[in-house]
Design a protein around this ligand. Structure first.
Ligand SMILES: N=c1c2ncn([C@@H]3O[C@H](COP(=O)(O)OP(=O)(O)OP(=O)(O)O)[C@@H](O)[C@H]3O)c2ncn1[C@@H]1O[C@H](COP(=O)(O)O)[C@@H](O)[C@H]1O
Length: 97
């Protein structure tokens, strides 16, 4: 899977934004939002719903876009919850049969 490394790059950027918030950064705006953890969780809920609707409507291009949004906001929410992606991947690895 040649694009898998983008997840690692994205996780690195999200961590950098958490450590050094910037006013121009969308990730920072989510991580420092006045609603706290509710903001990233709200985004995961929104994007999950949009993803479901795109699949149900048979809209392949939109499914790809919404899938990307969902993965992105999942990673941001994981960071906001102070969980390392490595632990989630470790859990998946442990489930391999
Ligand atoms: N993958 C993304 C990504 N996907 C979507 N978005 C941003 O999400 C915003 C639009 O989202 P929505 O329409 O769902 O949001 P909204 O309803 O307008 O407002 P909110 O609910 O988010 O407040 C736009 O500003 C997009 O730029 C993203 N912003 C950043 N990334 C990645 O995160 C990296 C760091 O980004 P910055 O933190 O902005 O530097 C980038 O290099 C990208 O790799």
């Amino acid at each position: 899977m040649k694009n898998l490394e983008v997840l690692e790059e994205l996780w690195t950027v999200i961590n950098e934004r958490a450590e050094h918030p910037s006013p121009d950064s969308y990730v920072s705006s989510i991580l420092t939002h006045r609603k706290g953890i509710d903001k990233p969780l709200e985004k995961v809920g929104e994007e999950a719903t949009e993803f479901i609707l795109a699949v149900k409507n048979g809209e392949n291009d939109r499914t790809i876009e919404e899938g990307a949004d969902l993965l992105f906001h999942f990673l941001v929410a994981l960071k906001a919850a102070e969980i390392d992606i490595e632990d989630v991947l470790g859990e998946l690895a442990a489930r391999r049969k």
